[in-house]
Design a protein around this ligand. Structure first.
Ligand code: SF4
Length: 343
């Protein structure tokens, strides 16, 4: 299936438009096992290593893709667009802007951006994107989101390694949705056969920068924590809410993207704190692992206020900064283990 890849620092890009245009939407997540040297030639030192890895992947693989879309998520995405224009070879490079508010004006803005994307895809690929095709893509996305909700709910009662859940999310963003639904169904069936939640693990909520590689999820497991709630893009943000299936589909997509759990780069921290607080209360949790990848300023700045408020409400919060590496990180492991012992 022909692919359109996208760089989205949160979950702002309406994949359903790419699906309705007849392409596979593929979220670029880089590869932590590959040197970022190709991207480093064109990027300033203050860009986060995750975004460097995305550019490295795009430079290596853009020939396999029909085009690339960058969605406005953080300052890295904005600046990257200008750099990718010069250094990534692709027949179609599109900038999708996203509102930093969630009121009526933001809804109008989002609709305009979705129509701009539809028009760009139709002009370039004669894609024939109809309301029926968008509505069908929305229904398929919702099937996947509902299955991910079911898998997620098992995290608190069954023995599901952090990485297994994380990889189901990544594949949901990179495979055709029908294949992803099958894979998630298989993951649910496996999880239901598993033993109960392990007695030697502590339940925690994960927040902060997006996680793009499984080794970090392994490390949290090895330190004795199971992530049973989260607010990251390769996690609950992707399926926490469903896309409305009634009404005009572009309008429904615009409404949906204003209701998902908000990252640090959008609409202020109040909604983020409220979502985290609600998730903790709903799940009977009081342990939070907050992390930001180096140079992810958006989440680093936000973490102080978010974590202080959660602590003031009686939750136990660890904040760590992490490298972008698949290898062992002894310092990080020590911090996580010390936190576990303190609980
Ligand atoms: S890790 Fe932070 S700085 Fe990097 S792309 Fe994601 S939000 Fe932006």
């Amino acid at each position: 299936m022909k692919t359109i890849a996208y760089f989205d620092a949160t979950h702002d890009l309406p994949e359903e438009i790419i699906m309705a245009a007849g392409f596979l939407p593929y979220k670029i997540l880089g590869d932590v096992h590959t040197s970022n040297e190709p991207a480093d030639r064109y990027l300033q030192a203050f860009f986060c290593p995750a975004a460097r890895s995305f550019l490295t992947e795009a430079m290596a693989r853009s020939g396999d893709w029909e085009g690339i879309i960058l969605a406005q998520g953080c300052n890295a995405t904005n600046r990257h667009f200008d750099i990718w224009k010069r250094h990534v070879t692709t027949p179609f490079l599109h900038w999708f802007n996203g509102p930093s508010r969630d009121d009526a004006l933001a809804h109008r803005f989002m609709k305009t951006e979705i129509w701009r994307l539809i028009n760009a895809l139709e002009r370039k690929f004669c894609a024939g994107i109809t309301d029926e095709k968008i509505a069908s893509a929305i229904r398929e996305s919702n099937v996947l989101k509902r299955r991910l909700q079911s898998l997620s709910a098992l995290r608190g009662t069954k023995d599901i390694p952090n990485r297994e859940y994380f990889e189901a999310l990544v594949r949901s963003m990179q495979l055709p949705k029908a294949d992803a639904i099958e894979e998630v169904n298989a993951a649910i069936a496996r999880a239901e056969q598993r033993g109960p939640f392990p007695s030697n693990k502590r339940k925690a909520l994960l927040t902060g920068s997006d996680v793009t590689y499984g080794e970090f999820m392994d490390l949290i497991d090895e330190a004795g924590f199971r992530i049973v709630r989260d607010d990251i893009s390769e996690g609950e943000r992707y399926y926490a809410t469903l896309i409305p299936e009634e009404g005009e589909p572009v309008d429904a997509l615009a409404r949906y993207y204003l209701t998902i759990p908000k990252p640090a780069t959008k609409v202020g921290i109040r909604k983020r704190i409220d979502y985290l607080e609600q998730a903790l209360v709903q799940s009977g949790l009081d342990t939070v692992i907050s992390q930001n990848i180096k140079f992810c300023e958006a989440f680093a700045y936000d973490s102080v206020l978010v974590n202080n408020e959660l602590k003031a409400k009686g939750h136990r919060v660890l904040h760590v900064e992490r490298e972008f590496t698949p290898g062992p990180d002894n310092q990080l492991m020590n911090r996580l283990e010390a936190f576990s012992e303190m609980l």
